[in-house]
Design a protein around this ligand. Structure first.
Ligand SMILES: Nc1ncnc2c1ncn2[C@@H]1O[C@H](COP(=O)(O)OP(=O)(O)OP(=O)(O)O)[C@@H](O)[C@H]1O
Ligand SMILES: [Mg+2]
Length: 260
């Protein structure tokens, strides 16, 4: 099967002195859930930003559904740790906003349905300031899935949540992904999260970010992230990914911050 995202020999520099990403290649197939992990500053966000076309093209080749990255690509939806909800819009009109801009028919009805799916029924007319952080991320999930983009780019979307809320949002993401079947590129510092959610976990070295390992996660689907916490197979794979990450940290002479 042809890759929906193909990254070949990507090398990214910031100015003459900072080599952020070095010769990074990755193919992702349609419907795959791929996580990228690596020490802070290794270039994960930079790789994702290259896919969006927000950064000027660098050395290497990127193809997304056969096209070069370009700004405003409707094939991509982006979700961050910050919910980026518009404070003057209600949960419902935040969830439908992207769809309205892209001219998706029946945006409001669809947003209503998605809000119910993410557990926000009854909160449609609340403004972001009247929602908890977890609720705002639920709303952001509804907005992201509402966009109908075949590819979701998620940069630590649950990174700022407490452990319990994070687990429920991970399970929610699994349900939405299993139902709506998108291709997901997911960045996280949390290896347990990466293993629980993904088909593959890509491990990057400390800066300059290089591919250290591409680990297939053969855990059965559908998955419950909560139930996996008690699975010996899950813990075995987790330990293996940890070893790869430690190797990645040792391979670089650069100082790094710790990861969870
Ligand atoms: N706009 C920029 N200008 C200059 N340097 C940059 C820029 N963006 C990123 N960098 C540098 O590129 C490297 C990779 O940054 P990036 O944000 O991609 O790391 P990351 O892996 O996402 O880190 P974190 O896990 O902390 O989010 C860092 O050394 C950073 O200082
Ligand atoms: Mg980052």
């Amino acid at each position: 099967m042809a890759a929906i995202i193909s990254i070949e020999n990507l090398t990214i520099r910031f100015g003459p002195r900072v080599l952020a990403v070095d010769d990074f290649s990755l193919d992702i197939e349609e419907g795959e859930f791929v996580s990228i992990v690596g020490p802070s500053g290794c270039g994960k966000t930079t790789v994702l930003n290259q896919l969006t076309g927000l950064l000027p093209p660098q050395q290497g080749r990127i193809s997304i559904l056969g096209k070069r990255p370009h700004e405003g690509n409707p094939d991509l939806a982006y979700m961050l740790a910050r919910d980026c909800l518009l404070p003057w819009r209600t949960a419902l009109s935040n969830a439908s906003y992207g769809m309205e801009i892209r001219g998706v028919p029946q945006a409001e009805a669809r947003a209503r349905e998605l809000l119910a799916q993410v557990g926000l029924k009854g909160f449609e007319h609340h403004y972001p300031k009247a929602l908890s952080h977890g609720m705002r991320q639920r709303c952001a999930l509804a907005r992201t899935f509402g966009l109908d983009s075949p590819i979701l780019l998620m940069d630590e979307p649950f990174g700022a949540l407490d452990a319990q809320t994070k687990l429920s949002l991970e399970d929610l993401l699994m349900q939405l992904w299993q139902e709506h079947r998108r291709t997901v590129v997911f960045i996280t510092h949390d290896l347990a999260e990466a293993v629980a959610l993904s088909d593959r976990v890509v491990v990057m070295s400390a800066r300059p970010g290089r591919m250290i390992a591409d680990v297939a996660i053969p855990l059965e689907r559908p998955r419950s992230v909560r139930a996996l916490q008690k699975s010996p197979e899950f813990h075995e794979i987790y330990a293996h990914v940890w070893e790869q990450l430690e190797r990645g940290i040792q391979l670089s002479g650069q100082p790094t911050e710790t990861v969870e």
